[in-house]
Write a protein that binds this ligand. Structure first.
Ligand code: UT7
Length: 328
């Protein structure tokens, strides 16, 4: 029996309306537009309305992805939501989304791999479809990072935003679809990027709140060094595994953490900047939502053509990383 080719049938995205600009941040912490733009490339981010939670953002992006795929919610067999900002501990955001969509035939679970979560989700979905267990899988990256960001900390508050991206995976013609995945983790670097409060190690308490343990803690410089190392190597390994080379890449869809991290990956892959989808200037870093949202915008802008070789690559807390080669 020939192996099924699995690819993307439709993409969708959603960002909240409210904008948080560098000028807004100048009034909140000791920073300035020039520093933020030159060190990160970011200019503004979107912030969810008070009544919006991650599943609401995921819902809007999913509706678009379903429509683009030409499918109804009841044709979805599995929902995977990659997020570090679930609506609540449980039920999973995927179950909340299943209910909102009316995807009554779908199994549903959340996936925790921080900013690499969407690529981990794609790998899971592809495996399920290839083994014949499911036909259509909805994979979503969705975050409300504004809820876990300390807006008195200039090291982190300038970086993060809210948003969601979604894709529907299913069978595609032979020769197209996902050609490889490279996933990795290094738990030894877990303390470089984390939230400690609220889990079983440090349950929520007055003290945990006062000590700000429910916000993102990050060693920016070390995460930066890790990211520069791993973005290029993960992409190269995924390419080699798929039997492709750097010269084959038509478009890089990188995690949108910092323009300088993306530039170093481009250098290593011998690519010019027009070969990368970059939208961090408008949205900042949306963790698991960054890659699917960049992909959805690239499709929307007509930057992705049939037969193109795309490389998706990201890194994040865990530490984790992931890359994939996708023939559109
Ligand atoms: O999805 C993964 C999540 N995280 C990341 O990807 C983060 C990766 N890291 C980074 O993107 C960068 O390390 C940052 C953007 C976080 C920081 O940039 P950097 O070039 O590594 O700056 P730095 O931490 O080395 O700080 C340089 C200087 C410091 O001042 P001194 O010690 O040289 O006097 C900081 O205190 O810049 C200062 N600084 C700021 N100044 C103005 C740090 N944050 C700010 C700020 N505004 N917001």
């Amino acid at each position: 029996m020939n192996e099924i080719s699995v690819g993307i049938l439709g993409t969708g995205k959603y960002v909240p309306e409210r904008r948080l600009t560098n000028q807004d941040l100048e009034k909140m912490v000791d920073t300035n537009d020039e520093w933020i733009v030159s060190r990160t490339g970011m200019r503004e981010r979107r912030i969810a309305a008070p009544e919006q939670a991650t599943s609401d953002l995921a819902y809007e992006a999913s509706l678009q992805a379903l429509q683009a795929a030409g499918l109804t919610a009841d044709q979805i067999d599995l929902i995977i939501v990659a997020t570090i900002t679930p609506d609540m501990f449980f039920p999973s955001t995927a179950c909340l989304l299943q209910e909102k969509l009316g995807a009554k035939n779908a199994a549903a679970f959340d996936l925790s791999a921080a900013c690499s979560g969407f690529i981990y989700g794609l790998a899971n979905a592809t495996g399920f479809i290839k083994m014949g267990m499911y036909k259509h899988v909805l994979v979503v990256g969705a975050e409300c990072l504004s809820r876990i960001t300390d807006y008195t900390d200039r090291n982190t508050s300038i970086l993060f935003g809210d948003g969601a991206g979604a894709v529907v995976l299913g069978q595609v013609p032979e020769g197209r679809g996902f050609k490889s995945f490279k996933l990795g983790a290094d738990g030894a670097g877990g303390d470089l990027l984390r939230i400690c409060g609220g889990g079983s190690r440090l349950p929520s308490s007055e003290q945990s709140v006062n000590e700000k343990r429910h916000f993102i803690e990050m060693n920016g410089r070390d995460v930066f060094k890790f990211a520069v190392r791993v973005m290029g190597s993960a992409a190269e390994e995924a390419l080699a595994h798929a039997g492709y080379t750097k010269a084959d890449i038509d478009l890089l869809i990188p995690h949108q953490a910092n323009i300088r991290i993306i530039q170093s990956a481009l250098e290593r892959l011998n690519l010019s900047e027009d070969k990368a989808m970059i939208n961090l200037d408008r949205y900042g870093n949306m963790s698991a939502a960054s890659i699917p949202l960049a992909l959805a915008e690239a499709v929307e802008e007509g930057r992705v053509n049939e037969g193109d070789c795309l490389v998706l690559v990201g890194f994040g807390g865990g530490l984790t990383w992931g890359a994939s080669v996708l023939i559109w």
